[in-house]
Ligand binder design. Structure first.
Ligand SMILES: Nc1ncnc2c1ncn2[C@@H]1O[C@H](COP(=O)(O)OP(=O)(O)OP(=O)(O)O)[C@@H](O)[C@H]1O
Ligand SMILES: [Mg+2]
Length: 314
């Protein structure tokens, strides 16, 4: 049976973002997994794609998002059409930030020309990593999607220990908030108090596991969620390098060409290269330098990777 988060307001989610905060081991991640399940399995009419950036490595073990991929080095991966967990727990924090940023850029570009039929929820574990200061250049893609992504059907769910770890701009952009037990540090309490006042701060300090203060459009209430457990586990996808196009195809047409290729393939490649060099216009040093720099960037991120399903379960 599909787990259902009753408090979740899906109509509101299409307009704004979600924020989940709370001190350690209170149920933040499990709530986010339950929300993902609620959305992903809602039905054919409203299919949500869930994309998780998991900095901790829990989602592949505990959630019901259908696929996961382990990202072990900084590389470009095209976002698939289906829900997926990017397990980025193997990367250094700076690399995780970069990975998220260029994946979001790809998502933004690929969503621009498409009509909004289905919605996408982006889930960020340990969101303080990218959203501490939204105006900084390191999180400009995140900032853009959090503020105007609704127009292209993309919304965010950020998980972070406290309101101090996240830019107030993101909190403002989140009309649904789930606040689990508040940490006891004075700056954390002060920040919470500045948002919700003394009475709610006292309540937040006393919450038990699974209880949270739910904020929706200015209204607050204490709510509870049952312990979430997924019935299905994600399947692993593997990265496979895209096959490079053989650029000699055009020279392989016709009987005599095919015969020549069969007789001496290396010689044919050499001849084509020599011919191309003769045809190439004279290049200035400047252009050469630009090409070299571009090559360096390409080498760094290598090719785009595609995702391949491995059939066995974990
Ligand atoms: N709804 C719940 N009811 C009772 N216990 C819960 C509930 N949710 C979580 N817990 C308990 O809290 C533990 C941690 O849950 P979870 O990983 O979601 O916490 P977290 O807030 O994400 O922790 P962390 O800060 O380490 O990321 C669970 O293993 C479970 O024992
Ligand atoms: Mg967690």
């Amino acid at each position: 049976m599909v787990f259902f988060v009753k408090s979740l307001d899906v109509t509101e989610l299409k307009k704004s973002n979600v924020l989940v905060t709370g001190t350690n081991q209170q149920g933040k991640s499990l709530l986010a997994m339950a929300i993902s399940e609620t959305l992903h399995y809602q039905g054919i009419l409203q299919n949500w794609r869930i994309i998780v950036f998991d900095t901790v490595g829990h989602w592949k073990k505990k959630s019901s998002v259908p696929y996961f991929v382990e990202v072990k080095k900084l590389q470009k991966i095209k976002i698939p059409e289906h829900s997926i967990i990017f397990d980025i727990s193997y990367l250094l924090p700076s690399e995780q930030r970069q990975f998220i940023e260029f994946t979001l850029l790809d998502l933004w570009n690929s969503s621009l020309d498409k009509p909004v039929k289905n919605y996408t929820l982006l889930v960020f574990e340990e969101c303080q990593l990218i959203a501490r200061r939204l105006r900084s250049k390191v999180s400009e893609q995140f900032m853009r999607i959090a503020s105007v992504g609704a127009n292209i059907g993309i919304r965010c769910l950020a998980i972070t220990p406290s309101l101090t770890g996240i830019d107030p701009e993101y909190t403002r952009l989140s009309n649904q908030r789930y606040h689990f037990k508040l940490g006891n540090e004075s700056n954390i309490k002060k920040k919470f108090r500045s948002f919700y006042g003394l009475d709610w701060t006292r309540v937040a300090l006393k919450l038990d596991e699974g209880f949270f203060i739910y904020y929706l459009n200015g209204k607050l209430a204490v709510k509870h969620i049952n312990l979430y457990e997924s019935e299905t586990k994600p399947k692993q996808l593997h990265l496979q390098k895209k096959q490079k196009q053989n650029n000699f195809t055009q020279y392989k047409k016709g009987f005599w060409n095919r015969l020549a290729w069969w007789y001496d393939p290396e010689g044919m490649k050499e001849a084509i290269k020599r011919r191309d060099q003769k045809l190439r216009p004279r290049v200035t040093k400047e252009i050469n330098k630009q090409e070299e720099e571009q090559q360096q960037i390409d080498d760094e991120f290598e090719e785009d990777f595609i995702l391949v399903i491995e059939e066995e379960d974990l």
